[in-house]
Design a protein around this ligand. Structure first.
Ligand SMILES: [Zn+2]
Length: 533
């Protein structure tokens, strides 16, 4: 396997690692069967400069387009670009060339993420920011905690009081009552959902000031997040125990334990909110069935569903997920209770059957094909324009060079003619390079055939996991609607997501309306009766 490393070091960012440091980090992650064939670097160049305008970036893309490498390692994706559009385009070119892209610090791996590159990236950008912040604040934090001051942010159940030289936690009586209530209810066998529903029914503000969800209460016992896992409620403050890093091979976050001498522990009984007995009961209930080494539940995985998470609730527009073995339902209703969303319950087998039937029908509908192709053409227009401009410039330069060569042949070479020829040739080479690196023209009709075939194969496979992956990649969220006169539920299938997948458009924010190009409930061929759930 031929591997390349790209590094970029920007002088204006103090926390940037030097190009050599980045290279070392990447080399440590080089698979045993890989040979490093290229190292490209841009020193002192900001990530806002387009990749193709940097010497190292251009050399890298030349390798990529010529498929001279199979694996590209970078320290993190923001080394490639800090500009989202540039980053997306570049990553797509790299991956379209069949090259595996791995970010060793941020855990990005084009193979782990499947085709859902863009989705992965959105989360990634947030994480990059967080990692950045973590690194910056870490040193200050260690110093503060060892002096007994508040080092992390606010913690539910406590307020922060300014004192000389810093600030300290003080119990906030009202929130402390809620903490005790949560612990007592859970210790007495109540489900986390029930607790959330009850708090929401009484409109008790959550730690974030909104409604309570399961995650806020139960969180993750492994990560120590969530009210029920916070040792602060028994006066035990432990910081710096572990660090979360992503494994570049699996893309999963892994907890890396820090050596014990780096732990910062302090006992402060004045912060205790929950008594030891209740705490022990809660721990026993949470830890039941948990692996002692990994801390993870030994129970089997959640059942995979085809459309869970892909449907949108008609009332709150939030995700509709599998709520039990037989039904899809509103996640907010399940997690936060009826006071947050009245919810919706749909039989999974019916939804799966109807949605898949509908997709098969839609794939054969010429209007679906037209919508897809029209949208795609519009979105590719900018690329076409860029390519057109470059091609025009190339023609002009070609003419100039021809005339210069003619002139030299007729009147003989002179310094000025030689200089002009050299300049024109240099520009021609640069434009050629840019043109080679520009996104290739897309045969929209052929692409549709490919997309259609891909989806048909996936639909025919009969394998739920496969269908889910294919459908999720190719289909946008389906907003469910309830017809008030009949009480029937309908779904709008947006073809646009299909197009976004091809052009690398950013995914819409969930609160943005998704224009449905093909309403599956309307028109001939899609009789409402075929989609009533
Ligand atoms: Zn809802």
């Amino acid at each position: 396997m031929r591997a390349a490393i790209y590094a970029r070091f920007s002088t204006d960012k103090q926390n940037d690692k030097s190009a050599d440091d980045q290279r070392r980090l990447c080399e440590q992650r080089l698979p045993a069967d890989a040979t490093l064939v290229a190292f490209h670097a841009d020193d002192g160049i900001s990530g806002s400069v387009p990749v193709l305008s940097r010497p190292g970036g251009r050399a890298l893309m030349a390798d990529v387009l010529a498929k001279r490498v199979d694996l590209l390692l970078v320290e993190s994706l923001d080394r490639i670009s800090r500009d989202q559009v540039d980053l997306e385009q570049t990553v797509r070119r790299i991956e379209r060339a069949g090259i595996r892209l791995v970010g060793v610090s941020d855990g990005y791996d084009s193979q782990a993420g499947g085709r859902k590159v863009l989705r992965t990236m959105r989360g990634l950008i947030g994480e990059l920011y967080l990692d950045d912040l973590r690194e910056k604040t870490h040193r200050g934090l260690v110093g503060k905690v060892s002096r007994g001051f508040v080092a992390t942010g606010p913690s539910y159940g406590y307020s922060i009081e300014k004192v000389d030289g810093g600030s300290r936690y003080v119990i906030a009586p009202e929130q402390a009552d809620v903490v005790r209530e949560i612990f007592e209810r859970y210790a007495n066998g109540s489900s986390v959902q029930k607790i959330a529903h009850e708090l929401n029914r009484r409109a008790v503000p959550s730690p974030r000031g909104s409604s309570w969800a399961v995650s806020a209460i139960y969180g993750s016992p492994v990560k120590g997040s969530g009210i029920l896992n916070n040792t602060m409620y028994v006066g035990r403050l432990v910081w710096n125990r572990s660090q979360w890093l992503k494994d570049p091979d699996t893309g999963r976050r892994q907890r890396i334990d820090r050596p014990r001498d780096e732990w910062i522990e302090s006992i402060d009984d004045s912060l205790r909110i929950v008594d030891e007995e209740t705490w022990a009961k809660v721990r026993a209930r949470i830890d039941r069935g948990r692996d002692e080494v990994t801390g993870r539940k030994r129970a089997g995985r959640q059942p995979r569903t085809i459309f869970g998470g892909l449907l949108r609730c008609p009332h709150c527009h939030g995700a509709v997920v599998a709520v039990d073995a037989r039904s899809y339902g509103c996640a907010a209703r399940k997690d936060r209770g009826p006071s947050v969303c009245p919810g919706i319950i749909l039989r999974r087998d019916r939804v799966d059957k109807l949605m898949l039937g509908l997709l098969r029908l839609a794939l054969e509908d010429p209007r679906f094909a037209q919508s897809f192709q029209r949208e795609l053409r519009e979105q590719l227009a900018a690329d076409d324009e860029d390519r057109g401009k470059l091609a025009d410039r190339l023609r002009v330069l070609g003419g100039q060079i021809d005339r210069l060569v003619d002139a030299i042949a007729t009147v003989g070479i002179s310094d000025s003619l030689a200089t002009r020829l050299k300049t024109a040739e240099a520009e021609r080479d640069a434009v050629r390079e840019q043109l080679a690196a520009a996104p290739a023209p897309v045969d929209v009709a052929a692409l549709w055939v490919e997309v259609k075939a891909r989806l048909q194969i996936v639909l025919a496979s009969g394998d739920p996991a496969e269908i889910r992956a294919g459908v999720t990649d190719l289909l946008g969220p389906v907003l469910l609607r309830v017809d008030p006169s009949t009480g029937h539920t309908w779904g709008d299938v947006a073809v646009r997501a299909l197009v976004d997948e091809q052009t690398g458009n950013k995914k819409r924010r969930p609160d943005e309306s998704e224009p449905a190009l093909l309403k599956v409930v309307a028109g001939a061929g899609f009789e409402p009766a075929t989609f009533g759930l």
